[in-house]
Design a protein around this ligand. Structure first.
Ligand code: PMP
Ligand code: GLN
Length: 379
């Protein structure tokens, strides 16, 4: 038979969504909105399917999209990116992450990971031969501390992989956390790969600070984002990578052997969408913040301890009072109550945090209310 390697486990999103289907559950596990995304962006994709060539687009991405990406980040984050040399289009942030590791990690290189971490990170690091070094972030604040960085950084550190805003804890790292990390990257000459797919999904007046903008980080940061999160169209898998030219040269070599390109009509539509007025982005944020508040209020009302959510589609609840761990809790609510959530321990390798469950609130009011209603019997 074919071997199944322990370092390539089934993703928790797949196993939870399967359980949700089997039990007819409301799926607040895997993070995807139940809306359709902006009508005009979908219409732009449909138009481009008829009017733009459907053959291989340029390996680095359509010039129109790369220009739109540079303009977008200049406007929203004050970044100065050369669209020809410092911007690349990938098939989702997932490809960008795999490519960055494939391009930059040599077997034996140490890679600093912050847990909780998005579930793709560790298998990708291991498969590229990297040696993971974990910084464990703990609830309820998930802050980065100097002593924790000092314990893992060394001359062997090749790369740091940070997710900001952080899925699943819904933490937004601000200037202090990022300045601390930047200082270690400079001191140990490490490259930072910063997964910023949730950069537009931050609440309560917060502003996203790209790691690349910190002193000394412009030349050593790979910034990754995705249209899936920016436009609530998670199935599109149009990702972006931004990096200085020497880094981009090697990143593009990995991309050419992974996917080479991304569907041109979707690229054209994303170029259109990135130029949307500020009102679109503010509207998306305030609508999601309203959904967050609705689910948080509902879960609190029935007895849950809800942790703060500063960004992403997610909030977490503390299930320590229920005398079972997060995995048992999530299995129980999907089978007995018909609501799927994600156990946060799936995002930890070492940390021993087993009392949090993640719920996705990017859903209609009716869906959120129905989920709370079903969970009402728990307490
Ligand atoms: N990174 C993080 C932190 C994510 O949350 C996700 C998707 N939820 C991705 C990467 C994957 O993005 P994409 O669908 O564009 O591959
Ligand atoms: N990123 C999504 C989440 O955190 C899931 C993506 C996936 O299913 N791989 O829920």
């Amino acid at each position: 038979g074919h071997p199944v390697f322990a370092d390539l486990p089934e993703t928790v999103f797949e196993s939870m969504s399967r359980l949700a289907r089997q039990h007819g559950a409301i799926n607040l596990g895997q993070g995807f909105p139940d809306g359709q995304g902006p009508d005009d962006v979908r219409a732009a994709a449909a138009r481009a399917l008829e009017s733009v060539s459907n053959q291989y687009p340029p390996m680095m991405g359509l010039p129109s999209l790369r220009g739109a990406i540079a303009a977008h980040y200049r406007h929203h984050q004050g970044l100065d990116l050369d669209p020809e040399r410092e911007v690349m289009v990938t098939s989702g942030a997932t490809e960008a992450l795999a490519g960055a590791l494939m391009a930059l990690v040599r077997p034996g290189d140490e890679v600093v990971l912050f847990e909780p971490m998005y579930d793709a990170y560790l298998p990708l690091v291991r498969r590229t031969g990297g040696v993971p070094r974990f910084v464990t972030l703990k609830p309820p604040h998930f802050r980065i501390e100097e002593a924790a960085l000092a314990a893992v950084f060394s001359e062997r550190t090749r790369l740091v992989l940070l997710n900001n805003p952080l899925n699943p804890s819904a933490t937004v790292f601000g200037p202090d956390d990022l300045a601390l990390l930047a200082e270690f990257c400079r001191r140990f000459d490490a490259v930072a790969v910063c997964d910023e797919v949730w950069e537009h999904v931050i609440f309560d007046g917060r502003r996203h600070l790209p790691l690349m903008a910190l002193p000394g980080m412009r030349e050593r940061t790979v910034k990754i984002s995705s249209a899936g999160k920016i436009f609530s169209l998670t199935g599109w898998k149009v990702g972006f990578v931004m990096a200085s030219e020497p880094l981009m040269r090697v990143l593009s070599r990995a991309h050419q052997f992974l996917t080479f390109t991304t569907p041109p009509n979707l690229q054209e539509a994303v170029a259109y969408g990135l130029a949307k007025q500020d009102g679109y982005f503010e509207g998306m944020r305030s609508e999601l913040a309203r959904s967050r508040d609705r689910l948080a209020a509902g879960l609190s009302r029935i007895g849950f301890t809800v942790l703060p959510s500063a960004g992403t589609y997610f909030l977490t609840v503390d299930v320590a009072a229920l005398a079972e761990d997060d995995v048992a809790f999530c299995e129980r609510i999907v089978t007995a109550h018909g609501v799927a959530a994600i156990p946060v321990s799936a995002f930890y390798a070492e940390g021993g945090v087993r009392h949090l469950a993640r719920f996705c609130f990017a859903k209609t009011d009716a869906t959120l209310d129905a989920a709370v209603e079903r969970l009402g019997g728990l307490f």
